[in-house]
Design a protein around this ligand. Structure first.
Ligand code: GLY
Ligand code: MN
Ligand code: MN
Length: 431
């Protein structure tokens, strides 16, 4: 792996917390992600299933994790991994694959078997259980008509074991994955630090006349050179009015002198995501108007992150940030105070014309991390804070985004060292 070995204690603890919430007499089954076809006979770069990784640390295709607390067949069967047996052909064509010993050391699971033993073992175990936990993707913003390996296998199980009771692993994982442990925070900090290196490189190299994709190239260079697997999500490098297209990923336009450039990128390290947005002037100097709008966004961000405290919740938080943004937009002359008040009484929020997305989302193994949206904020949750103002008529969009952990004394910024003040950005671009 490109990342430093993660202490297996993390995965041991995660499994403990998961099984503590399983119903008695239950078995849970987790499958690795598929190798996804790209075109012809080639595949996309492999990305492990986030839940399987969370519970095992195993980062290889065709791995299955089975959990059966208090299994009547014996302790040895309470936690099992099945993995593909390597051979000379695989060694020559693909290289290293887990040995049983390595899979055990990585995950902390003692019982590791080759996959060809799975069907018979699993059948016996399932017949000893009343409930089967299956793992489906319950990210409530996920849109896909592709059935994951987990889903396909769950459908097969449902055909085969019609008398069993099926339960959802994700209703447990949703609660667990929202709270990050100190080991997870260390890995996330590394993802943020690598992202910082890339942004500093961008500050040192960006000039009018370059193409947006040259900026993207500087980012990926730093990511790979510093041990990241790559981008945690498709990066945005959007100059001028392109920044007003929220999911702009073409990154193929020339940087014009006098324009701003909005970037949204984050390294993936050890399968954990960083998520950064910064907006800089292509020529290294903000105009007065750009600076005024930039500082309005920065004010909103600084105030919003004060609200990332235990006991708050996403709904109340977003309403409050809407008010802060509204007041900045009135200050900039973009909204009229009387009109704002009139429309608010009809539950219409005029700020949404300029700021049309949410301010924060959970971050972790997934960039929009698995979460329960309607629970109170707790210590250990990691959120982004990413207000923006988008004005196509003025040829600019500005977003500023950091990643923060909720603690008992306010939010701790994992990106505190990444330049954000106008003066810092201008200084670094003009050295
Ligand atoms: N980069 C995705 C987001 O900011 O939500
Ligand atoms: Mn982002
Ligand atoms: Mn984000």
């Amino acid at each position: 792996m490109r990342y430093q070995k993660i202490d297996s204690k993390l995965f041991v603890e995660n499994r403990k917390r998961f099984v503590a919430q399983m119903k008695p007499n239950s078995i849970a089954i987790f499958h690795a992600n598929d190798m996804m076809m790209r075109n012809g006979d080639t595949h996309f770069v492999y990305r492990q299933n986030s839940d399987l990784f969370y519970l095992s640390g195993l980062d290889q295709e065709e791995v299955v994790l089975v959990l059966f607390p208090n299994c009547p067949k014996g302790k040895k069967f309470e936690e099992i991994i099945f993995t593909k047996q390597t051979n000379e052909h695989i060694a020559v064509w693909e290289g290293y694959k887990y040995t049983k010993e390595d899979a055990a050391a990585t995950s902390g699971v003692k019982s590791v078997y080759w996959l060809d033993e799975m069907d018979s073992t699993l059948n016996e175990l399932i017949l000893l259980a009343d409930n089967i936990y299956v793992n489906t993707n319950e990210n409530d913003r996920a849109v896909s008509d592709y059935a994951t390996r987990d889903v396909r296998k769950a459908i097969e199980l449902k055909h085969q074991y019609v008398g069993h009771n099926f339960l959802r692993s994700q209703s447990i994982l949703k609660q667990l994955r929202m709270i990050k442990s100190s080991l997870e925070l260390e890995v996330m900090q590394t993802a943020c630090d690598i992202t910082e290196k890339a942004f500093r490189q961008v500050l040192a190299t960006t000039k009018p006349g370059m193409n947006e994709y040259e900026v993207e190239a500087n980012v990926i260079h730093q990511f790979i050179a510093n041990g990241a697997t790559g981008h945690a999500y498709t990066p945005i490098v959007a100059s001028g009015a392109n920044a007003c297209v929220l999911h702009y990923i073409a990154n193929d336009q020339k940087l014009k002198d006098g324009d701003l450039m909005l970037m949204d990128f984050g390294a993936e390290y050890g399968n954990y995501a960083a998520d950064l947005s910064r907006t800089i002037p292509t020529n290294g100097r903000f105009t007065d108007r750009q600076k005024a709008i930039y500082n309005a966004v920065l004010n909103v961000k600084n105030e919003a992150q004060q609200l990332l405290v235990p006991g708050n919740n996403l709904d109340a938080y977003h309403k409050e940030v809407g008010k802060i943004m509204t007041s900045e937009l009135i200050g900039l002359g973009l909204l009229d105070k009387t009109a704002v008040e009139q429309m608010a009484s009809e539950d219409i929020h005029l700020y949404k014309k300029y700021f049309m997305h949410g301010t924060s989302h959970h971050l972790g193994l997934d960039v929009h991390d698995l979460c329960h949206r309607y629970v109170e904020f707790e210590e250990g949750m990691v959120f982004t804070c990413e207000p923006g103002i988008y004005i196509p008529a003025e040829n600019m969009g500005i977003r500023l985004e950091d990643d923060l952990v909720i603690t008992s004394n306010g939010a701790k910024n994992l990106m505190a060292n990444i330049p954000i003040e106008v003066e810092e950005i201008e200084d670094l671009m003009n050295q």
